[in-house]
Design a protein around this ligand. Structure first.
Ligand SMILES: [Zn+2]
Length: 249
């Protein structure tokens, strides 16, 4: 059976003398691992289009035990994300989140577009990596079915307040009157709450169309990371690496 789809190559591993095994986030079939025959060879027609961070049109053949990518055509390469260590580390973390959370054979068009949008911003604009990470984490949670419950205080229904608190493990927002000392929360300024709501609800193409002060961005970044980590039960090796790099920059 042969499938034609678009996909973003996330990782690759050499196999044997000349083949490679790649992990792809496809538009129509979720995450797929497939062999690319002869693609270790620079002259191979599939070489550029099956490198990590290549977005390509793929022809995927399903054999008895594995997938084989037998034809591919490059649509856009984000290879230049590798020229900046911090941006590369972030892109690898985005890939790990996708690989761990998206199964095979599910329609993944919206998450693929989110990855492409974030890679575009990382490689073609000077928006800080930390901001891209925060937007990615919030939208990834939304698209994975875990919309943050951040419209009103879950205690009294208050919408607007100088400071609010997000109890990330329970996915609820609290105002300063309703928050209790024993709750594990992230503090959010009014600006951070507004941006949180905006990112979660904006149209896909407008997710980066907001401004935020450095202090509020720090609060929201901390909150988004804790929320995404609370949704999975494992550590992310790539996130640890991203943080090591960030500590040196
Ligand atoms: Zn309240």
């Amino acid at each position: 059976m042969k499938t034609e789809t678009e996909g973003l190559i996330l990782t690759d591993t050499a196999v044997g003398e000349s083949d490679r095994l790649v992990t792809v986030l496809t538009r129509d079939s979720g995450i797929i691992r497939g062999f690319v025959r002869g693609a270790k060879n620079l002259k191979n027609l599939n070489f550029a289009s099956t490198q990590p961070f290549s977005y390509s049109q793929l022809s995927i053949y399903k054999g008895k035990t594995s997938y084989v990518i037998d034809e591919s055509r490059l649509i856009r390469s984000f290879y230049n994300v590798q020229f900046d260590l911090q941006r590369l580390a972030l892109a690898q973390y985005m890939c790990e989140l996708a690989v761990r959370n998206i199964p095979e054979n599910v329609y993944s068009s919206e998450i693929l577009d989110l990855m492409l949008n974030c890679l575009h911003v990382l490689t073609a604009t000077d928006k800080p990596a930390g901001l891209v990470k925060t937007v990615f984490e919030i939208r990834f949670a939304v698209l994975s079915g875990s919309m943050p419950d951040i419209l009103y205080c879950s205690g009294c229904g208050k919408y607007d307040s100088e400071t609010m608190f997000f109890e990330y493990e329970k996915n609820r927002l609290l105002c300063s009157d309703c928050v209790r000392e024993e709750q594990t929360v992230c503090m959010l300024s009014r600006g951070a709450v507004t941006a949180f709501r905006y990112i979660a609800l904006a149209e896909p193409k407008k997710i980066f169309s907001f401004t935020l002060s450095d202090t509020s961005l720090r609060q929201l970044s901390d909150c988004a990371e804790k929320y995404i980590l609370s949704l999975s039960d494992t550590r992310f090796r790539t996130l640890d690496y991203y943080k090591q790099i960030q500590a040196f920059t």
